[in-house]
Design a protein around this ligand. Structure first.
Ligand code: ATP
Ligand code: MG
Length: 353
């Protein structure tokens, strides 16, 4: 819904324009509009509300038919629980968006460097490549730490976009985690550098996707330099309350205007649809929190893929046959997820770079 995209953009980019004030002028309660912005869910904005709010926004000089989401979108995948599919989702969302024609860069902010090393099979230290920590230490410019992940073998894409990009990481990034533990000024200065890195990339990519580590302190600067956070979680009762805390912390920071990051909600991963408990947990969380309708089903092939250094879209036909079709649901899920994401963000083909 265009009006929601515009309101979200206004609340993020034009923070001097107060959404509450706009609603007051339009004579509508601001709570629903804020809920819509926070969850990017247009169900909170009725047609009647839209009718009232449009003239007020136009009065401020904004064209309500224009698309203000032209710049690259920065997404972080974060949950303080390990092993929930953050890295797996970063690479597969990235690959899926890339396959749909968007220009994508992944940034590995995790000192474990599993995105770089396991999923993409790059070894910056061994191969003498530049990496994120070199940028953060101001030792190399951003452009010199960008690597092309690979070229697709299938010739189905526009030639220009036959690779997607990555800024890799390695255990060298651990020094950064240690510095962050030393105090909040370190956190804000690292965050500032992240913002500069992102500033360089925004005009060149449609999506900038950050893989975050589970440690809160190390993740924080990357998280709060992002536009949106997705919280992957396996529907496990023990983890649900922790994951709810993650969403609430991000929402509180956003509502208090302390931070400028919105939570897109839970992404359920490793879901066993036949398990009643999974269904119940998802159902309960859906009732109170923003969630993606698309869930990522549990699939043994995911583990094989991670160690094989590929995303689920890249398997060649021969391996596809060997996998006895188990790859198909994984592809379907991440394709559907990328489509849902594009819809939520109001991105469309016209913006592809
Ligand atoms: N849908 C899935 N079905 C089955 N296994 C999966 C699925 N998604 C991820 N996995 C496996 O779960 C393990 C953890 O996944 P992943 O590394 O993506 O989690 P993470 O949240 O990034 O972990 P960390 O917090 O350590 O960075 C990996 O072995 C991965 O292959
Ligand atoms: Mg990870």
């Amino acid at each position: 819904m265009k009006i929601l995209n515009l309101l979200t953009w206004l609340s993020k980019e034009k923070r001097n324009l107060n959404i509450r004030g706009i609603c007051e002028q339009a004579g509508i309660p601001h709570q629903n509009v804020n809920s819509a912005i926070n969850s990017l869910d247009s169900k909170f904005i009725s047609a009647e509300t839209a009718q009232k709010i449009i003239p007020v926004i136009e009065k401020f000089g904004f064209d309500t038919n224009a698309n203000y989401f032209g710049k690259g979108t920065v997404l972080s995948l974060y949950n303080n629980k390990g092993g929930v599919g953050k890295t797996t989702s970063v690479i597969n969302i990235g690959a899926s968006l890339h396959r749909q024609g968007y220009k994508v860069i992944l940034i590995d902010t995790d000192p474990q460097a599993s995105l770089t090393q396991d999923a993409l099979d790059i070894r910056p230290r061994k191969e003498g490549l530049n990496e994120l920590v070199d940028i953060l230490n101001d030792e190399v410019p951003v452009e010199e730490a960008i690597y092309q992940v690979y070229e697709f073998e299938e010739d189905e894409l526009n030639e220009k976009y036959q690779h997607f990009d990555i800024i890799p990481s390695s255990t060298k990034n651990r020094a950064l985690s240690k510095a962050l533990v030393s105090g909040t000024s370190a956190i804000s200065s690292v965050r500032c550098i992240y913002e500069k890195v992102i500033y360089h990339l925004r005009d060149k990519y449609d999506f900038i996707i950050l893989d975050c580590p589970p440690e809160e302190l190390t993740a924080e600067p990357a998280l709060y330099a992002s536009d949106y956070v997705i919280v992957p979680m396996a529907p496990n009762k023990m983890d649900a309350s922790k994951a709810v805390n993650v969403i609430q912390t991000i929402n509180d920071a956003n509502r208090s205007k302390k931070e400028n990051v919105a939570c897109l909600g839970f992404l359920f991963t490793r879901v066993k649809k036949e398990t009643k408990l999974h269904g119940n947990i998802i159902h309960d969380l859906e009732a109170s929190f923003p969630t993606f309708n698309t869930v990522i089903r549990s699939n043994i092939i995911m583990e094989e893929f991670a160690s094989a250094g590929v995303d689920v879209f890249r398997y060649v036909e021969e391996e596809l046959n060997k996998s006895n079709g188990t790859i198909v649901p994984a592809r379907e899920d991440y394709k559907a997820l990328a489509e849902e994401l594009i819809l939520k963000l109001g991105k469309n083909g016209a913006e592809k770079k």
